[in-house]
Design a protein around this ligand. Structure first.
Ligand SMILES: Nc1nc2c(ncn2[C@@H]2O[C@H](COP(=O)(O)OP(=O)(O)OP(=O)(O)O)[C@@H](O)[C@H]2O)c(=O)[nH]1
Length: 325
């Protein structure tokens, strides 16, 4: 069966990504954060940028340098448990060659049992800190680090994992599945004794860089934008398009379908039936009609994707391949 690209067919020409609306929900929150960040910078030695490993090349805000006046040296690609690691080497090469990143570390901050923060991040951080010029903070016995990144990429989870590693203390920075959870006041947390490293509790939230619709939809798929502003069914339609056009059909079995489909309405109807999210309504003639709840069905699909149930993907795999081939 030939799977066509439904998203392209239906929307590419007519659909303009609602980037303004989507990013407008952040301004107050982000403006405050930026203000705080800028005031904090005088006492910051180093900036760590966190990004989602499923979109290693898309959506990063490259204005970090101007906004923060400190160059982020270390890029953390978090949620490595959800990405396709066969592209890891090429992604790192590409980031270093084309995006001016000096160091890249992959982490999984959700299941820190896997030890990525302890075994990969802390040693790398120590190494880069030792080799970094300290500007006006020369001679001080401790390092201050500011963590920045787009909403929902795992900044608070990273701080919690570092805090836990060092002190055995549990969660203190709020973590949530939706974009824009962190709001608290800046506080310093000790995350390493030797060298003495502190991390600012409130991670800096940056505006995503939505270059085009593909990038916007990938950001939405990873939960970096506000779902309801983009539209649940729209995000799922993009997901279906992406999976089909890359030949990934794990979703067929997961949602009990008989075959792949590029029809978003048929797909969501099936999911709605499977999860029993069908509304019963009385028609004007008195008969009952059953209407699938597309929004709820789409939420189930998104949750499955974001938990890795539909497979682990690098949504930038085309860009990575186009460079390395
Ligand atoms: N699978 C997986 N999920 C993660 C990982 N790190 C964080 N998460 C989840 O991603 C979601 C967002 O995590 P947060 O730590 O709140 O992200 P944040 O960047 O601080 O979010 P904002 O406060 O919105 O900026 C939560 O549901 C976390 O449990 C990871 O490495 N793997």
């Amino acid at each position: 069966m030939k799977i066509t690209a439904s998203f392209l067919q239906h929307f590419r020409k007519e659909f303009i990504f609602p980037s303004k609306d989507v990013t407008h929900f952040f301004p107050q929150h982000m403006a405050k954060g930026l203000n705080k960040m800028q005031r904090t910078l005088a006492t910051v030695d180093y900036v760590i940028e966190v990004h989602d490993a499923r979109i290693p090349l898309s959506g990063r805000n490259r204005q970090f340098k101007e906004t923060l006046a400190v160059r982020p040296h270390l890029l953390i690609l978090n949620k490595m448990d959800l990405t396709d690691l066969k592209y890891k080497r090429n992604v790192i090469q590409r980031l270093k060659a084309n995006q001016g990143v000096q160091e890249v570390v992959y982490t999984n901050c959700k299941q820190e049992k896997s030890g990525t923060v302890k075994t990969l991040l802390i040693p790398k951080l120590t190494e880069v800190l030792m080799g970094t010029a300290r500007f006006h903070r020369e001679g001080l016995d401790h390092y201050n680090i500011l963590i920045i990144g787009l909403p929902n990429v795992g900044k608070s989870s990273l701080i919690n994992a570092m805090r836990h590693l060092h002190s055995g203390k549990g969660k203190a920075t709020p973590v949530g599945p939706h974009a824009g959870v962190t709001r608290s006041v800046l506080e310093k947390i000790k995350v390493s004794h030797s060298p003495l490293i502190y991390v600012y509790d409130t991670p800096g939230i940056m505006m995503p860089n939505i270059e085009d619709m593909d990038v916007g939809m990938k950001l939405a798929l990873c939960g970096t934008l506000t779902d309801h502003l983009v539209g649940y069914d729209m995000i799922v339609d993009y997901l279906l398009f992406w999976l089909n056009s890359h030949g990934y059909f794990k979703y067929v079995k997961y949602f009990n379908l008989s075959q792949p489909t590029d029809d978003i309405f048929q797909f969501l109807s099936n999911v709605a039936k499977l999860y029993n999210v069908v509304e019963k309504r009385k028609s004007p003639s008195g008969e009952y009609v059953y209407k699938p709840n597309f929004d709820l069905a789409a939420k189930y699909v998104l949750r499955a994707f974001r938990e890795g149930q539909l497979g682990c993907y690098n949504l930038d795999e085309d860009i990575v391949q186009s460079v390395t081939n």
